[in-house]
Design a protein around this ligand. Structure first.
Ligand SMILES: [Cu+2]
Length: 208
């Protein structure tokens, strides 16, 4: 009995050391996970910041179209003929200016807005995907994997328009509110001549 009693402090010390080791190991794991999660979030936020609508970041392209989503409509801002897309700002969004285009900016002077996405077949188009309210996502375009539209940011995407004329409906694929099911817009891929006619009609609409 006396031998057993003399070993008790040793067993207790070993047990406490074991428990302390577990606690320290657990704390180290939590600290590592927290650090890695923070680094990941910093990286995500840095990438979000890089998606600024700063006009200086516009890639060079023959045709640039801003695809602006909102609850529950799509608007398409065309940059022709100067090839530069005028900037947009959330604070400028109104019923008359649903994209929030800064009309004071020189690049915005000749931009127009359509509720239909019309693109010339067999061309490489640059899309600036954005949102004016909540997160939406563009989907149901041929040869295009769905992409998120983030409020107040342009996501620059390159879109190869298919060779053949096509008419269809693009959709929002992010649950964005009660009208999500109707968050759609028509699109058309047309030949070059038809595209030029369409742009002329948009720039110089017939007077009633
Ligand atoms: Cu939506």
């Amino acid at each position: 009995m006396s031998e057993k009693r003399s070993k008790a402090p040793l067993i207790i010390t070993a047990f406490l050391t074991f428990v302390l080791g577990l606690v320290l190991g657990y704390a180290a794991c939590i600290a590592k996970i927290t650090y890695e999660a923070k680094s990941l979030m910093d990286e995500v936020y840095a990438n979000l910041d890089s998606l600024s609508s700063d006009e200086n970041m516009q890639p060079v392209s023959d045709l640039v179209v801003r695809v602006s989503s909102s609850q529950f409509a799509w608007h398409f801002q065309y940059a022709r003929p100067d090839g530069k897309l005028g900037p947009c700002k959330l604070e400028l969004v109104t019923e008359e200016n649903p994209v929030g285009i800064d009309r004071q900016h020189p690049d915005a002077q000749d931009d127009w807005v359509s509720q239909e996405l019309v693109l010339p077949c067999n061309s490489e188009v640059t899309l600036a995907l954005t949102s004016t309210d909540v997160i939406h996502a563009l989907g149901y375009l041929p040869d295009f994997y769905q992409q998120d539209a983030i409020p107040g940011k342009d996501r620059w995407l390159s879109y190869p328009v298919p060779d053949q004329p096509l008419t269809g409906t693009l959709r929002c694929v992010q649950l964005c509110g009660t009208g999500h099911d109707n968050h759609t817009a028509p699109y058309q891929f047309v030949g070059n001549d038809e595209y030029k006619d369409w742009t002329t009609r948009q720039r110089f609409p017939a007077k009633p």
